[in-house]
Design a protein around this ligand. Structure first.
Ligand SMILES: NC(=O)c1ccc[n+]([C@@H]2O[C@H](COP(=O)([O-])OP(=O)(O)OC[C@H]3O[C@@H](n4cnc5c(N)ncnc54)[C@H](O)[C@@H]3O)[C@@H](O)[C@H]2O)c1
Length: 262
């Protein structure tokens, strides 16, 4: 039997891939033969993951860039097309509280906050997804093939009291994905979301490195361990592959059983 989930000849853009889940997605796609554009707000992080891929014999390009900057994203997509080839697979991974904040820091209640506080959450988790999708989908339509996989959070499916705007932004990205899936399906493009529970990454280290907090958190999880970046990366690889061509518009939880999809 032929090997499954190979991405030979495909070009992938992974946003926010300088660490955490995105880094693992980039490494996994590269290991399956894809050329990988590694984006991160912090250029040095992006370069370092790209270098890791090249050192293992893969093709990769590290690109600094902020997904909330529409013109910047458009330029970035053009650079990828020139240097690696047109983008077949987009993984919208950049998220959390945006590049400059700790998403796990104690936050005031929503009703004490305003647009200035909401902006980083909405910017990266919702507008960033729109920007990169807008910039990459025309090429996919032209070529009659594409995969868009967006990383959301269970906060967006079931709501989190301390992450109210984040919950809304991630739910917005999932709703956007459902509409997009219907709009692009006839062009050979699928669009899906992967919804995460707590995964051990640098971005959420404040919560996942505190033993008492982890113990309390895991009481709500059927599988009593934190997620590792490979847990979502493996599903993202499947959804990004040719084998997943009849799956679109869906949101798949990868969450240790915190919530179930029906
Ligand atoms: N780790 C978790 O527990 C968890 C849980 C639910 C959902 N998620 C989601 O998974 C995704 C990855 O999370 P993670 O924990 O690996 O993140 P992380 O914070 O460890 O890494 C994210 C990377 O994205 C980059 N980034 C942030 N904003 C950006 C922007 N505007 N433009 C470009 N790059 C940007 C950061 O510089 C960082 O290197 C995010 O969408 C997050 O919301 C994570």
């Amino acid at each position: 039997m032929a090997e499954l989930f190979r991405l030979d000849g495909r070009t992938v853009l992974v946003t926010g891939a300088g660490q955490g889940v995105g880094r693992q997605v980039a490494l996994t796609c590269a290991a399956q033969g894809a050329a990988v554009a590694v984006n991160d707000y912090y250029r040095d992080r992006a370069e370092s993951v790209a270098e890791e891929i090249r050192a293992a014999g893969g093709r990769a390009l590290g690109l600094g860039g902020d997904v909330t900057d529409f013109d910047g994203v458009t330029r970035l997509v053009d650079t990828v097309a020139q240097d690696l080839g047109p983008i077949d697979i987009l993984v919208n991974n950049a998220g959390n509280a945006g590049p400059a904040q700790d998403p796990m820091r104690p936050a005031p209640p929503f009703w004490e906050t305003g647009p200035k506080e909401w902006e980083p959450w909405l910017g990266t988790n919702l507008y960033g997804v729109l920007n990169t999708t807008r910039a990459t989908v025309p090429g996919m339509v032209e070529r009659g093939y594409g995969r868009v996989v967006t990383v959301i959070s269970d906060a967006g499916r079931v709501g989190e009291p301390h992450l109210v705007v984040y919950s809304g932004a991630k739910a917005g990205a999932a709703g956007f994905t459902r509409g997009l899936a219907k709009a692009v399906g006839r062009h050979g493009i699928t669009a899906n979301c992967v919804s995460l529970g707590p995964v051990r990454t640098p971005g959420v280290a404040t919560a996942t490195e505190d033993a008492d907090q982890v113990k309390a958190m895991l009481r709500n999880y059927v599988v009593r361990r934190l997620g590792e970046p490979a847990d979502p990366a493996n599903l993202i690889l499947f959804l990004a592959s040719g084998e997943a061509s009849w799956i679109t518009g869906q949101t798949y939880p990868v969450n240790g059983g915190y919530s179930f999809a029906v």
